[in-house]
Ligand binder design. Structure first.
Ligand code: MN
Ligand code: MN
Length: 311
């Protein structure tokens, strides 16, 4: 394995600007896990700016270290992890961008790599799920988000950051016996939003449930639902309270702490994780890199889970 640049030789504020200072895809013979940037934010309904997230999260990832004590794993030794750079997608044409993302994600998956994608807004989860489902069939989904993202349309448009999981259910690429939202909260348009979401097959663990039931009970319930199905994890960083992640497009009060989120993710160790994403970091609204640091740690724990489950 080619690991990250040695920080005893090159200080963390120098060296390559890749995720965790890992090698680039073109510097290794083959990759087990590829960190992929998708700087696309033309699907947002409120604050724009997630197109700058891949660069910001990479910058915040400079301080990550190679051993993950919470999972007793050195992910970059257990698997060849690389930075695959960014997908160049059309910022003026959502349909074309979705096509490009699906195509390039498929190409990477076909090399045998699994993906940890850094968005971008949540629109990108749809083409990523299409690419993953083409390989594995319909996948279980754990969706961490303040929002349901199962709305039908915005301004008549079906492809937005608030609609990817309804489209995914309609397309038959999710295993609807194992799809869950975690961390939802905040006002909705009406009771029908929840009824529609239930009809699509989703289970909900609200942000308040996490606080009342605690991390261990939540993990147990989620794992029972997921079983050994191929699992995709999608983390909208707005699942965290704005105190933990102010730099995001549609912030909602009353969210989870970064400690709760990381501990729930660690509780998934041993599940059949096939790929994951972290989306909706909007660096222009961030302070002191709070949000991009949280996102880089979420990405690191997801990479650790992928490395532990290396086939
Ligand atoms: Mn959200
Ligand atoms: Mn979302």
């Amino acid at each position: 394995m080619i690991g990250p640049v040695d920080s005893s030789q090159v200080p963390r504020f120098a060296g390559p600007a890749t995720f965790a200072r890992l090698p680039r895809l073109d510097q290794v013979p083959s990759a087990d896990i590829a960190v992929l940037g998708v700087p696309f934010d033309a699907g947002v309904s409120y604050r724009p700016g997630a197109r700058f997230a891949p660069a910001a999260v990479r910058e915040a990832s400079r301080l990550l270290r190679p051993y993950n004590p919470a999972l007793d794993t050195a992910p970059f030794e257990q698997a060849q992890v690389v930075d695959a750079g960014d997908i160049a997608c059309n910022p003026f044409n959502i349909g074309e961008a979705i096509g490009t993302i699906q195509e390039q994600a498929t190409e990477l998956l076909n090399t045998g790599a699994r993906l940890l994608t850094i968005g971008g807004d949540h629109t990108i989860a749809l083409p990523l799920l299409r690419a993953v489902a083409a390989q594995h069939g319909p996948v279980a989904l754990l969706h961490f988000d303040a929002h349901l993202d199962t709305w039908d349309t915005y301004f008549g448009e079906p492809y937005t950051h608030g609609t990817p999981f309804r489209r995914a259910v309609e397309e038959g690429i999710l295993d609807t016996s194992a799809v869950s939202h975690v961390g939802t909260r905040g006002p909705l348009y009406g009771r029908a939003d929840l009824d529609e979401d239930t009809r699509l097959g989703f289970g909900i663990v609200t942000s308040a449930d996490v606080m009342r039931q605690g991390v261990d009970a939540v993990v147990e319930a989620l794992r029972a639902r997921i079983g050994d199905r191929p699992l995709y994890v999608s983390v909208d960083i707005d699942v965290l309270d704005p105190a933990h992640a102010p730099g995001t497009g549609t912030p909602e009060a009353g969210g989870m702490t970064s400690r709760e989120l990381l501990e729930i993710l660690r509780g998934l160790a041993g599940s059949n994780l096939v790929s994951a994403d972290v989306v909706e970091v909007a660096p222009a609204y961030d302070h002191a890199e709070l949000t991009s640091i949280a996102a880089s740690h979420v990405a690191y724990d997801l990479i650790t889970l992928l490395a532990m489950g290396k086939p």
